[in-house]
Design a protein around this ligand. Structure first.
Ligand code: URA
Ligand code: CA
Length: 433
């Protein structure tokens, strides 16, 4: 087989066979297939798409390109959750301890942020002492004993995805349905959970800009999960504006703590209950979604959810007193309010651009090498559909530099105040087939 013939085949709109896809993925993992040939193939896939069969073969080959983690030493059904990416998406930080607190086993592998999107692993590192790189045996021990652990993508998990993702990032081939589906599902399958809950985001802050594309991505991933014998479901959620109020790292930990005490922003709480109920039912800790939601609400009211977060933080070497004293989290030196220039209703908050504003402060990284400042970020004081008076604060900037003119400019350009504005529908669809 020659790579050039396979590139030509995909360029001409034909489907690749299982053997051909394995040849490509194995060859690229070992280095026999070069970056320039893989780049050409990725661009051909971007334009000519893949059949369901091709996507399945590609996912399987990618998941088997490195370690397949065996979680069978953990009793019970292990659930994982994955989002296709967002801005201010604090959901996992709340869900992991909350769902664990009602008895489900949460074995969560998370990623770091890049560009305008945040990553759960970075946010957890804002907690003093918290260790995000767990050995497999520690990971299994914590899930067995405490029902929960969150770890980064370990050394040799789906290395084909790591290489391909880095290449996609610099060849304008990230936002492709077959490439996103195989990337996410290869990692989920290799990391060993029995049940997978997917949050497919749509809107300005997401890779999928419209609902039709998000639906196709969701169906594709659910089907791949089922073929790999994993219980899989997806929700399609709105990411036209950031989720919740906090965008950053330490401030999102604080927001998660508030949510675990029942005091989180409304949209974040709705996401948490919707995804959490699905996870609890898949883990067979409740037989209906209503029953699951009741369990989750009770756990928040009783304080069990916040206690579980403390236990998770202690296990992973962190200072659990931040749950009772969030002021112990890294704090920014300058707190700057952004007043509204007129009276009206917030009609638009462009999620990805607001993510960029947080990144400019240092809450995210432009390149993989950049360091994050955990203390900085943004708090949205008004969300879409809320009214605001001239002079009232739209956003609070948490900064470690005094001059934030560049950040102010991005914020003013990307928050619109009009006469009308409607709260967007948060959850568009639930997909189980
Ligand atoms: N998240 C991933 O892990 N891969 C993608 O391709 C997109 C989002
Ligand atoms: Ca948030």
């Amino acid at each position: 087989m020659r790579m050039v013939d396979l590139i030509k085949k995909k360029r001409d709109g034909l489907a690749l066979s299982k053997d051909e896809i394995e040849f490509i993925i194995n060859g690229y993992t070992t280095g026999d297939v070069t970056d320039y040939q893989m780049s050409a193939l990725l661009m051909a896939i971007y334009f000519n798409d893949m059949t369901d069969e091709e996507i399945t073969w590609m996912t399987t080959a990618m998941s088997q390109s490195g370690d397949m983690i065996d979680l069978s030493a953990i009793q019970g059904i292990k659930v994982d959750k994955h989002s296709t990416g967002g801005v201010g998406d604090t959901t996992t930080l709340v869900l992991a301890p909350l769902v664990a607190s009602v008895g489900a086993k949460v074995a969560k592998m998370s990623g770091r942020g890049l560009g305008h999107t945040g990553g759960t692993i970075d946010k957890l590192e804002a907690i003093p002492g918290f260790k995000v790189e767990l050995e497999n045996d520690e990971f299994i021990k914590f899930v067995n004993e405490s029902n929960v652990a969150v770890t980064g993508q370990s050394g040799d998990l789906a290395p084909a995805d790591k290489k391909i993702y880095a290449l996609r990032d610099v060849t304008a081939t990230v936002d492709s349905i077959p490439l996103i589906a195989s990337s996410i599902m290869s990692k989920k399958i290799a990391s060993g959970a029995d049940a997978i809950v997917l949050d497919v985001t749509t809107g300005d802050g997401a890779f999928m800009k419209n609902i039709e594309d998000a639906e196709r991505l969701a169906h594709t991933m659910v089907r791949i999960g089922h073929l790999a014998n994993r219980q899989t479901m997806a929700i399609i959620s709105d990411m036209s504006q950031p989720l919740g109020n906090a965008i950053g790292n330490a401030n999102e930990i604080k927001e998660a703590i508030d949510a675990l005490k029942g005091e989180g922003p409304e949209d974040l709480m709705e996401m948490v209950y919707t995804l959490g109920s699905q996870m609890v039912v898949l883990a067979e800790r409740a037989s209906t979604l209503e029953e699951a939601r009741q369990l989750l609400e009770n756990s928040i009211t009783s304080g069990a959810a916040a206690d579980k977060f403390k236990e998770m933080i202690r296990n992973q070497g962190g200072d659990d007193s931040v749950v009772d004293f969030p002021e112990k989290l890294p704090q920014a030196s300058y707190i700057i309010e952004v007043p509204s220039k007129k009276t009206g209703v917030v009609s638009k908050i462009v999620a990805d651009k607001i993510g960029v504003a947080a990144m400019l402060l240092g809450a995210g990284r432009r390149t993989k090498e950049e360091e994050i400042d955990y203390a900085v970020g943004l708090i949205l004081n008004k969300k879409v559909g809320e009214s605001v008076f001239e002079g009232e604060s739209l956003v609070t900037i948490q900064s470690n530099r005094e001059n934030v003119d560049d950040v102010l400019k991005v914020i003013y350009e990307n928050i619109e105040i009009g006469d009308l504005g409607e709260e967007p529908v948060l959850i568009h669809k639930i997909i189980t087939e």
